[in-house]
Design a protein around this ligand. Structure first.
Ligand code: HAM
Length: 422
C-alpha cells in the first residue's frame, strides 16, 4: 500500500476521466450562457457565520458536515458546503440589486461536506450551480428547472423525473408545522429517536427520515400542500401550469423538504435511474428570505445545484459515451544526435504553428519509437534520420494507412496543417 493515499471521500480525476468532465462542464456552461446566466466565482472558504445563518444551525450540513477551521488570525472559516450562501453574500456585498433585475448567475467548482462517503457521495465533490436573484416570478422557478432538465436530457439521460413540492413561506409554514407536530405527538412512541429530536429542532425534517419505523407515519402525515397561504398556493399552481404546458413530468412529493433551511415555496429535485440510493442528480428551490437573513435588501431568489460526480455516474451507468480526445497529429521520431537536435527544433516549430505534437524522448531504435507513436494514437509519425536530414526532408508515415512519403522540412507545417484541416 502506498504511504500516502488521498483523503477519505476525495477523488483523483485521472486523465481518462477528463473527457466526461469536459463534456459536462462545457455543455453546462453553454446552456447557462445561452439562457443569459453570467459566471460568478466566489471564494472556496467564507466566514463560518455566513453558512450557519444562511443554511440554518439545525441542519445536518451545519451541525455535522462543515469543514471549519480557525485561521492564523483567529477567524473562523469554513470550506464552502454549497454555493448559494456565498453567491447571495456577493450579490449583497457588490450592491447587485442596482443592476437590472433579475440577476442570473452560474458557478462551477469544488464543494466540501463531511458526509459519509459511498458511491455518489463524497467529501469533496463538484457542483454546477445556478441562481436567479431579484424576481418572484414562477417563470424563474421554471427556467431553473428546465435548464437542469435540458442539461441531463442533452447529455443523453433516460428515466428522468422531477420531484416537486412547496414548503410555503413564513406566513403559512408555522401553521403547518403545528399541524405536523400535533400529528407526530399521536405517534411519538412509534418514531425513531432522531425524529423525536427533529420535532424539537427542525420539525419539517421528520418528513425526510429514512428509518424503517417512520415510513408509515410519514406516508400518512398531513401534507404541506393543503396548508399553503394564497400567495404560495398561487405560485405553486402557476409553476405546475407551466410544467404541464411544456409536458414535463413531475411527481408531487410532500415528503420533499430538502436539507437547507432557507427554502420558501418551490423545492424540487431531479431523480435519475442508475445511481441507486443517491437518486438526486440535483436539487434546488426558492429562497425569498435568504438575502435579508444575510443582512441585505429583501431579494427573492431561486436556484439549483447539480452534483457533477453524480452526473458522471449516471452517464456511465446508462452507457452515455463521450468522445475520447484524439492523439497527437504528429509524433516526431529521430535517429542519431543530429536528428534529435532537429527533432527538438521541429517540435517547437510545429507547436508554435498550432499543431499537436509529441516528441520522442531518449535514444531508441526506430521500432520502439514507432510502437510508442502507435500507443499514443498519433496520426503521423515524422521520422528524422541522418540520411533524410542531409536531403532536407522528413519521412512521414500515415499511422493508420501505413503509407510513407517524404516531405521537405520547410513545407512540413503546411503539409500537416492541410491534413489537420486547420
Ligand atoms: P443540495 O441538495 O444540498 O443543494 O446539493 C445539490 C446537489 O449536490 C445534490 O443533488 C447532489 O447532486 C450534489 N451533492 C450533494 N452532496 C453531495 C455529496 N456529498 N457528494 C456528491 N454530490 C453531492 C444545494 O447545495 C443548494 N445550494 C442548491 C441550491 C442552489 N438551491 C438554491 N440554489
Amino acid at each position: 500500500m502506498p504511504r500516502f493515499q488521498r483523503p477519505t471521500g476525495t477523488q483523483d480525476i485521472l486523465p481518462e476521466e477528463q473527457p466526461y468532465w469536459n463534456r459536462v462542464r462545457t455543455f453546462a456552461i453553454q446552456l447557462a450562457e445561452r439562457a443569459g446566466f453570467e459566471r460568478i466565482d466566489v471564494p472556496i472558504f467564507e466566514a463560518t457565520e455566513l453558512f450557519a445563518r444562511g443554511i440554518g444551525t439545525a441542519t445536518d450540513v451545519v451541525e455535522k458536515e462543515m469543514y471549519t477551521f480557525e485561521d492564523k488570525g483567529g477567524d473562523s472559516l469554513t470550506l464552502r458546503p454549497e454555493f448559494t450562501a456565498g453567491v447571495v453574500r456577493a450579490y449583497i456585498e457588490h450592491g447587485m440589486h442596482v443592476r437590472p433585475q433579475p440577476v442570473k448567475l452560474y458557478s462551477i467548482g469544488p464543494i466540501f461536506r463531511y458526509d459519509r462517503p459511498q458511491a455518489g457521495r463524497y467529501r469533496q465533490f463538484h457542483q454546477f450551480n445556478l441562481e436567479i436573484l431579484g424576481t418572484q416570478d414562477p417563470a424563474a422557478d421554471l427556467e431553473i428547472m428546465l435548464l437542469v432538465w435540458d442539461l441531463y436530457e442533452g447529455l443523453g439521460f433516460r428515466g428522468l423525473s422531477f420531484q416537486l413540492n412547496s414548503t410555503g413561506c413564513p406566513r403559512c409554514r408555522p401553521g403547518y408545522v403545528e399541524v405536523l407536530k400535533a400529528y407526530y405527538q399521536q405517534h411519538i412512541a412509534e418514531i425513531c429517536d432522531d425524529c423525536r429530536r427533529r420535532l424539537q429542532t427542525n420539525p419539517l425534517r421528520v418528513l425526510d427520515c429514512k428509518a424503517e419505523q417512520c415510513q408509515p407515519i410519514i406516508a400518512a402525515a398531513p401534507a404541506i400542500g393543503d396548508h399553503l397561504c394564497e400567495e404560495c398556493a398561487d405560485h405553486f399552481a402557476t409553476l405546475r401550469e407551466y410544467l404541464d404546458l411544456l409536458g414535463k413530468p413531475y411527481t408531487l412529493n410532500h415528503r420533499l423538504v430538502r436539507g437547507l433551511d432557507y427554502y420558501t415555496k418551490t423545492v424540487f429535485e431531479v431523480w435519475a435511474a442508475g445511481i441507486g440510493a443517491q437518486a438526486a442528480v440535483c436539487g434546488g428551490g426558492r429562497y425569498d428570505g435568504l438575502a435579508e437573513i444575510l443582512g441585505g435588501p429583501p431579494t427573492p431568489g431561486v436556484g439549483v445545484a447539480a452534483g457533477i460526480e453524480r452526473i458522471i455516474l449516471v452517464m456511465k451507468a446508462q452507457g452515455v459515451e463521450v468522445p475520447t480526445p484524439p492523439g497527437p497529429l504528429a509524433f516526431i521520431a529521430h535517429l542519431g544526435p543530429e536528428a534529435r537536435r532537429e527533432g527538438v527544433r521541429l517540435a517547437d516549430e510545429l507547436r508554435r504553428a498550432g499543431l499537436s505534437v509529441w516528441l520522442a524522448f531518449g535514444e531508441r531504435g526506430l521500432k520502439s519509437q514507432m510502437r510508442e507513436a502507435n500507443k499514443r494514437r498519433a496520426r503521423y509519425a515524422v521520422i528524422l534520420g541522418e540520411d533524410e536530414l542531409a536531403r532536407g526532408v522528413a519521412a512521414v508515415r500515415d499511422m493508420g494507412a501505413g503509407e510513407q512519403v517524404e516531405v521537405p522540412l520547410e513545407g512540413l507545417v503546411t503539409w500537416l496543417r492541410e491534413r489537420a484541416s486547420l
